[in-house]
Design a binder for this molecule. Structure first.
Ligand code: PMP
Length: 363
């Protein structure tokens, strides 16, 4: 089994205990004797799963009662569209975007379809190697919202602080770092993250939405594209991805019971990132980390070797050694190790050691 060494950018590694429990649940759930794949979304059992998933997320992230927790479909990409549909269209305001990488660049494209969209900062010309400093953002107090991506999955850049003005609703795509470390939840009007990195399998996207912000949404949208539909129906307006939500619930249990919460998780993630960046920095002339040091992501470590040929050779030998999912994103190439919550410190230590060995062999 290669699951322990899966460094994929997502869908990626899931905790071993969750995989075992999921395997059993596919045959039969202990509570119902039925396969999880055949459970009705209107069953009491599933209502219990949804409620526990929500409860666990609230406890893990400190989400207060005046926020809704929604389980939606369409991935994070649909949120790029739903956000401006609900909160920019006909608002009489403009929306602000920070473009700091491949994924955050996608969001304003959708917003422009809905209204006045201003990109406050764009790192593209610099190759998305750093994040903006606070004094590089010309923020205005009357924006409908400010949108940013807290962790750029492709380039491996992670915001250390939180941008924006307190009076402007802050919206964040946390697809690749939600649940990796504690966050100041109440600073945000809306947070969203698809499951397939730290939360579970693909198919479900978590949206955390402040009630007061949700009330500002325009009316007259298609039913399924209106956040209020999902709030009113408590995430079962139509058939939700029952299986994905079940596994997500197991992951939240694992994080609570086996890891001991998000703060404990953050300490482990820090140790993982330190080990890997340490190994790369030890061979600096050979390995080159994509992002500037001050913006390095704890979740996605994007790096290069001196030549594409060496990179191809690296990937091939890595696979033979049992390391999987190390190819960089198709937009920038190179290599990337994703260190999501379920990737263990042992796995990262093994990879770090092997980086040194590969360098000695090939360099
Ligand atoms: N945002 C970020 C930060 C991502 O990493 C990704 C995909 N990896 C997306 C959005 C798009 O997500 P989806 O495929 O769920 O639409």
């Amino acid at each position: 089994m290669n699951n322990a060494m899966n460094f994929s950018g997502g869908p990626g590694a899931l905790p071993a205990s969750v995989l075992r429990e999921t395997r059993d649940a596919i045959e039969a759930l202990p509570e119902t004797g039925l396969s999880v794949l055949g459970m009705s979304h209107r069953s009491e059992w599933f209502r219990g799963v949804l409620d526990e998933a929500e409860r666990n997320l609230r406890a893990l992230l400190g989400i207060p009662a005046h926020y809704h927790v929604l389980f939606m479909q369409g991935g994070s990409s649909l949120q790029f569209s739903m956000l401006p549909m609900n909160f920019l269209r006909a608002s009489g305001r403009h929306a602000e975007y920070i473009v700091s990488g491949y994924w955050s660049a996608k969001a304003p494209v959708e917003a422009r379809l809905e209204g006045d969209t201003r990109v406050l900062w764009d790192g593209r010309a610099e190759g998305y190697r750093r994040l903006p400093a606070a004094d590089e953002l010309q923020l205005s107090q009357d924006a409908a919202y400010l949108h940013y991506v807290s962790n750029e999955t492709v380039e491996g850049l992670e915001f250390a602080g939180t941008p924006g003005l307190p009076e402007v609703p802050l919206v964040c795509d946390m697809s690749s770092n939600l649940l990796a470390a504690p966050i100041d939840t109440e600073r945000y009007a809306m947070i969203y993250a698809h499951a397939q990195k730290n939360l579970g399998p693909a198919g479900v996207t978590v949206v955390i939405l402040r009630d007061e912000f949700a009330r500002r949404a325009i009316t007259g949208l298609p039913t399924l594209l209106d956040y209020r539909t999902h709030i009113a129906a408590r995430s079962v307006y139509n058939t939700p991805p029952v299986f994905a939500i079940y596994v997500l619930m197991l992951v939240t249990r694992w994080l609570r019971d086996e890891v001991g919460g998000v703060e404990a998780m953050a300490a482990i993630n820090r140790a993982k990132a330190d080990a890997l960046y340490g190994a790369l920095d030890a061979e600096q002339g050979f390995y080159r980390v994509h992002g500037e040091r001050s913006c390095r992501s704890t979740m996605n470590v994007a790096f290069r070797l001196p030549t594409p040929e060496l990179e191809a050779h690296f990937l091939e030998t890595a696979r033979r050694e049992g390391f999987h999912g190390l190819e960089g994103h198709r937009s920038i190439g190179g290599l990337r190790a994703s260190l999501y919550n379920a990737v263990t410190l042992d796995a990262v230590n093994a990879l770090s050691e092997w980086l040194g060995e590969f360098r000695r062999r090939e360099g």
